[in-house]
Design a protein around this ligand. Structure first.
Ligand code: NAP
Length: 281
């Protein structure tokens, strides 16, 4: 049999850091396999999965923009969480079947404190859905979603995670009500691209509102390019606990690695510093 491999698919794909991360771990663990980047356009998805299903060396793929939703029709099994979120970032082979998972949810879950509650989530797209799934698992009782179009956010998100009828754990705020959304929060998660290289910066009124969170609150920025964002800097200046986007990026990759290659790549975190150095070089 040819050499085992997994890959990341997307369009475009050259920017993906997944090959760097997975090949770093494969090298450290001495596993004879490789992880590739594969450029797949939307119209090529059906052929891609038909071909890979017949390839015994293929262990699965990470899925990135714009296919996180579209690939669901080519897999055999989607877990409840993937169905709720409506997106997958990881397809793997299990007992001869293609299964879809969403390791971004585990990435958020591991990044934030287990007792996370009173959380403000900025943004209402795919990453915010992963955050909501993790917060739902943590049984957070009070989540405030700060979005530039709160009505659209509510229409897209409110029915995703059903709790008891009439139990409303999600509230929606426009960006100019950042003060209300962050007031007394025990954590703020930026799940929008604000602050990312090439994107709009985080507006001053959002940065100012961090001061209204609890003194021991965390600020978690999913943006990892740049790694040190004004959002994290403002939180740190106020004494809040900063959590950067690489924590989630590396954690979601570790869960995917285990599905592809059957072993957690770094359970004790002993390669973490070297990996972070490589990713930020
Ligand atoms: P997405 O599905 O396109 O959603 C982006 C969300 O942010 C949407 O709700 C969008 O609002 C909102 N938004 C975009 N630009 C905005 C602006 N200038 N002001 C206010 N809101 C704005 O993207 P995504 O997949 O959720 O990704 C969001 C960010 O998370 C990206 O920076 C991505 O790199 C990062 N991310 C990081 C990780 C990690 O492992 N660290 C994993 C996943 C994602 P509309 O709905 O109105 O367009």
């Amino acid at each position: 049999m040819s050499r085992a491999y997994a890959e990341v698919i997307g369009d475009p794909i050259a920017h993906s850091k997944s090959p760097l991360i997975h090949n770093f771990w494969l090298g450290k663990l001495g596993i004879d396999a490789e992880y590739r980047a594969c450029h797949v356009k939307a119209e090529e998805l059906a052929d891609y999965f038909a071909q890979r299903r017949g390839d015994a060396a293929w262990r699965g793929c990470n899925v990135t923009i714009p296919h996180k939703l579209a690939v669901l029709e080519f897999v055999d099994d989607t877990g409840a969480m993937v169905s709720a979120v409506g997106a997958t970032n990881c397809v793997f082979v299990h007992d001869g079947l293609l299964r879809a998972d969403n390791t971004d949810i585990y990435g958020v879950g591991d990044a934030i404190p287990a007792d996370a509650d009173s959380i403000c989530v900025i943004g209402a797209g795919g990453a915010a859905r992963a955050a909501l799934a993790a917060l739902d698992q943590a049984e957070a009782k009070d989540v405030r979603i700060l979005a530039r179009d709160p009505a659209k956010a509510e229409a897209n998100l409110s029915s995703l995670f059903d709790r008891a009828p009439g139990y409303e754990w999600l509230r929606y705020f426009p960006l100019d009500e950042a003060s209300q959304a962050m007031s007394g929060a025990s954590g703020v998660i930026n799940a929008s691209p604000m602050g990312m290289t090439g994107q709009a910066g985080m507006p001053p009124e959002l940065l100012d509102a961090i001061a209204l969170t609890q003194a021991e609150a965390f600020v978690f920025d999913m943006v990892y390019s740049p790694l040190h964002t004004p959002f994290l800097a403002e939180g740190a200046k106020l004494g809040r606990k900063p959590i950067d986007g690489l924590v989630m990026l590396v954690t979601q990759a570790a869960y995917a690695f285990r599905m592809f290659f059957g072993v957690h790549p770094d359970p004790d975190g002993k390669f973490d510093a070297e990996l972070r150095e490589m990713l930020t070089a």
